[in-house]
Each structure stands twice: as structure tokens, then as C-alpha cells.
Design a protein around this ligand. Structure first.
Ligand SMILES: NC(=O)c1ccc[n+]([C@@H]2O[C@H](COP(=O)([O-])OP(=O)(O)OC[C@H]3O[C@@H](n4cnc5c(N)ncnc54)[C@H](O)[C@@H]3O)[C@@H](O)[C@H]2O)c1
Length: 420
């Protein structure tokens, strides 16, 4: 049985979910034909590192405050990057430059420029690179993609994606999350990239990643804030609201609206309209499916409810509405074709890709999907700034790096050299 030895960088909240997934992979090793073991961890905060060490029973020699020391080891097969958004590019590039293939948390980065830099680094350095987009690793997304590719919806002309929370700002209303989620320097942007990476990427995935032409958008920190609740000295500096209208070369238009807070009720509304049919997507999985949940528990989905699809169309001139039971269809699909298991979890797909069981054609190209998603959001922010519609060429030309190049740590400054 092939065992992949993993080193984790960043021992915060999401690293624990990654650990749950690795332990579920171990439980399903027979079925998968491979397994993975986390053998080293790096975390700049010594107290957090020690808590991590005790929780997972690691030896002190396998725990590092400086990840660059961990990268000197020769017994690691891959590195799993769990630091925050604007550290994804510098840390992933350092990992790949040190000779490792790399798996990185979402969002690949906060902007197209840095995402492009990461995929270019992977290409130039000859490393495998994959990112977390759990929303596309589901039977729901596969069924929707297959229906659209088969022509069940006909020509696509409109997508509506709204995700609105009355009060759901990580680190502010939700204190269990780090305040890094709302500081521009670290997070880059607000809900459009935080949850948007799941929801916008899902739309691009199911519609075949169409070619973007232009975007018109508006983004703001619209609400009044209570300074007493802002715990970060840098302030709350990301948007809490953004909306945009994108046009694609295939004729599809895309209306997106995302808010982490605003004076309206929580709601999500996602539907795709085509000349022959429409599809509603509900309960998108933003947590990673069954491997991400502790044994025998269910993964959470956005706005609750199981991931489902509803098809609207006509049969012989009569309107029909068809519910597609995604969980049940997913189980049947896996029974009929066990390789589908490789498509139901990010880390499983990453390990299968790393081992060559999946290749560049058969894995989902998560970095490219994430890059296309960031073209849309960069376009939305740029349009908001300039007060006019922007073309895809303008978005690429004006996308600015937000990568952190000098990081202050308790043991000194880490300088990231982004040349590769
Ligand atoms: N928290 C969640 O539920 C969640 C869910 C999905 C994705 N994510 C993504 O995961 C990433 C991390 O989020 P989080 O909630 O785990 O944040 P976190 O702050 O809890 O964890 C990040 C950790 O990285 C450490 N770190 C920073 N720089 C480091 C370095 N150079 N070397 C080693 N360690 C370093 C920090 O000290 C911190 O402990 C974000 O990009 C976020 O979007 C988080």
C-alpha cells in the first residue's frame, strides 16, 4: 500500500479539518488503494504548535516554527499549505522551489495576478499543484456539469448566484475565526473570494469554464461597524458586499452577489438558465463532503440542506420540474464505478494526482478553475474602482499582487523571494 508522507504548513483552524480528512483517508485506504500520513508540521506560533503537537501526538523533532527548516527534510512526499490567503502564493512558491509538489487551501490567492504566478511557478519548476475547492468535488457538481455538457439545458444565457448573510463576518460576528479574514493585508478581499471561491468556482465548473469577456461590478464595506468588535489593530478593511455582472464569450451572462453582512435576511439563490432547461443548485457543499466530516457525521452545507439540484424544462410541450437526488445518485455512481471516489474529496484527488492515478486530463484542474474565478472577482473590484465595465484584457493587465513578501514572526522576518 502506497503511503504518502505529508508536511503541513500552518497549524490553525483549517489544518484540523485537513487532519480529519487524512484520518478518514486512512480508514478508507483499502478502498482507495493508497493512504497518507502527516509526519511533520510547521506553525510560527510556538504555543499553537505545542497544542497541535499534543493533540496529534507528534514528536517535538517533527514540529517546526520555521517552515523553511521543515522543507530541508528528505522524507516528505508533499506539502499541504494551510496558511492564510495572501500567504498562499509566497509559501506555495517557496514549497515548490524547495522541490515539493504542493496542495494549497482555498482561495488559491486573493487575486488573479498571484494565482497566475503560482500556476506559472508550478509549470516552470515542474511541480504538481492542486488547490482546495470542495464545492466541485461532489455528485451535485458532477451531475450538473454532465447535464449541461450533454445539452440538457441548451444554450446557456444567464446565471444567478446570490449568497447573502445578514451577519456572518468571520473574525467579527463569528469570533471563532481569525481576524485575518477581515484584514485586507492578509485576506485580500471579503465574501466574494472567501465563500465566492466555492460558489463562483462551482458555476464555472458546471458550465465548462467559459471564457470571460467583461465585468461590471460594485463592492463596498457597506455597513456601520462597532469599533469595540474590531479586534485587529489593522481594522476591518475588506468589503462586506459585492455584486457584479459578467459576460462570457459563449453568450452566458453571470449575475453574482455576495455579502457577509447587510440589512437583509440570509438567503442563497443559484440558478442557471438555458434555452432548453434551467437548473437550480441548493445546499452547495463548502466543507468537503463526507471525508471532511468526523466518522459518521454529515458535512455542513451553505444555508443548510443537502446538496440538491432541481431541473426545470418541458417534456412534450408540458412544463416539468425534476428533483435530482444527488446524494443517492452519488452513492450509486460510486458503487457502479469505484474510481468516482477520487472525485468526491479534494485531498483524495490531490493524493491520486500526486501518485499519477489521476493525471492533468483526468483530475479537476483546480488551479485553473480558481484562476478563472479570480478573473471575475478582480474584474468586479476593478470595475467598482474605475466606475465602468472592464474587459478581460484590462483585468489581467491591472490585477495587482497582494502576496506578502515580508512576514513578521516571533523569530524574525521571513522574506519571500517570489522569483522562480
Ligand atoms: N477556518 C475555516 O473554517 C476555513 C475553511 C476553509 C478554508 N479556510 C482557509 O484556510 C486558510 C487558513 O485559515 P484558518 O482559519 O485556518 O486560519 P488560522 O489563522 O486559524 O490558521 C493559519 C495558521 O497559519 C499560521 N502561519 C502563518 N504564517 C505561517 C508561516 N509562515 N509558517 C507556518 N505557519 C504560519 C498562523 O500562525 C495560523 O496559526 C485561509 O486561507 C482560509 O480561507 C479556512
Amino acid at each position: 500500500m502506497k503511503e504518502i508522507r505529508v508536511g503541513i504548513i500552518g497549524g490553525g483552524m483549517i489544518s484540523h479539518r485537513h487532519m480529519t480528512i487524512y484520518s478518514n483517508i486512512q480508514r478508507h485506504a483499502e478502498q482507495l488503494g493508497f493512504t497518507a500520513k502527516v509526519v511533520a508540521v510547521a506553525e510560527i506560533d510556538a504555543a499553537k504548535l505545542e497544542a497541535w503537537r499534543q493533540r496529534y501526538g507528534f514528536d517535538a523533532k517533527d514540529c517546526y516554527t520555521d517552515f523553511r527548516e521543515m522543507l530541508k527534510r528528505d522524507d516528505l512526499d508533499t506539502i499541504d499549505v494551510c496558511v492564510h490567503n495572501n500567504l498562499h502564493a509566497p509559501v506555495s512558491i517557496a514549497v515548490m522551489k524547495a522541490g515539493f509538489d504542493c496542495y494549497c487551501e482555498k482561495p488559491i490567492s486573493s487575486n488573479w495576478h498571484d494565482a497566475n504566478m503560482m500556476t506559472e511557478a508550478a509549470k516552470k519548476l515542474g511541480r504538481k499543484f492542486h488547490v482546495q475547492i470542495s464545492s466541485i468535488m461532489t455528485p451535485q457538481s458532477r451531475v450538473a456539469r454532465d447535464m449541461i455538457a450533454r445539452g440538457d439545458l441548451g444554450d446557456l444565457y444567464y446565471v444567478n448566484l446570490h449568497f447573502f448573510s445578514q451577519r456572518r463576518r468571520p473574525g467579527y460576528d463569528l469570533p471563532q475565526f481569525t481576524t485575518d479574514f477581515y484584514t485586507k493585508k492578509v485576506a485580500g478581499h471579503g465574501p466574494l473570494i472567501d465563500l465566492g471561491i466555492y460558489l463562483i468556482s462551482q458555476i464555472l465548473f458546471v458550465t465548462g469554464v467559459p471564457e470571460l469577456k467583461s465585468v461590471s461590478g460594485f463592492a463596498t464595506r457597506g455597513l456601520e461597524y462597532d469599533d469595540r468588535l474590531i479586534k485587529d489593530p489593522n481594522g476591518f478593511t475588506v468589503e462586506d458586499f459585492g455584486t457584479g455582472f459578467a459576460k462570457y464569450a459563449n453568450g452566458m451572462t453571470f449575475n453574482v452577489l455576495g455579502a457577509s453582512a447587510g440589512n437583509y435576511r440570509d438567503y442563497g439563490l443559484t440558478y442557471i438558465l438555458g434555452s432548453k432547461g434551467g437548473l437550480e443548485i441548493t445546499g452547495t457543499d463548502t466543507t468537503g463532503g463526507k471525508f471532511a466530516a468526523a466518522a459518521n457525521a454529515n458535512a455542513a452545507t451553505l444555508f443548510g440542506g443537502a446538496p440538491e439540484l432541481t431541473f426545470f424544462g418541458d417534456q412534450g410541450g408540458r412544463n416539468v420540474t425534476v428533483e435530482l437526488n444527488c446524494a443517492e445518485n452519488g452513492n450509486l455512481e460510486e458503487l457502479a464505478d469505484p474510481s468516482k471516489l477520487l472525485y468526491n474529496d479534494n485531498q483524495v484527488m490531490w493524493l491520486a494526482y500526486k501518485l499519477g492515478i489521476l493525471n492533468d486530463e483526468t483530475r479537476y484542474n483546480t488551479p485553473e478553475i480558481a484562476k478563472n474565478m479570480l478573473l471575475l472577482t478582480d474584474g468586479l473590484f476593478l470595475s467598482s474602482e474605475l466606475g465602468r465595465e472592464v474587459t478581460v484584457d484590462e483585468i489581467k493587465a491591472m490585477s495587482k499582487s497582494m502576496a506578502i513578501t515580508d512576514q513578521e514572526t516571533p523569530f524574525g522576518t521571513i522574506h519571500y523571494d517570489l522569483d522562480f
